[in-house]
Design a protein around this ligand. Sequence first.
Ligand code: FES
Length: 109
Amino acid sequence: MSTPEGQKLEVPARDRCVFVCQNTSCLRHNSQQVLKTFIAETENVVGVNIKASGCLGQCSTGPTVRVSPDEIWYYRVQPHNVPTIVKQHFQGNEAVDDMLNPRIHPRFY
Ligand code: FES
């Protein structure tokens, strides 16, 4: 699956779920703090549910974050990236292109 760069996402008909991997490999790269930051940054954002997740199968490029129902996958997410994802994706409905997992969202040149 891919997302054309810079293209607006359709606003989901139902709430977004944000799965933040809390398995071993991602935990080694700060995913617990990523989860806490998502929870804090979305406290007043309507229609976004943050969930701790088991392994999402992208261990070598974690911390991994999957957003449903958009099916957008972010990689190497760190706490300082979270405000951008919240503002641009969850509030602006535009995926953060340079954080898209390239194995799931291949770029075509
Ligand atoms: S440990 Fe996070 S994707 Fe596998």
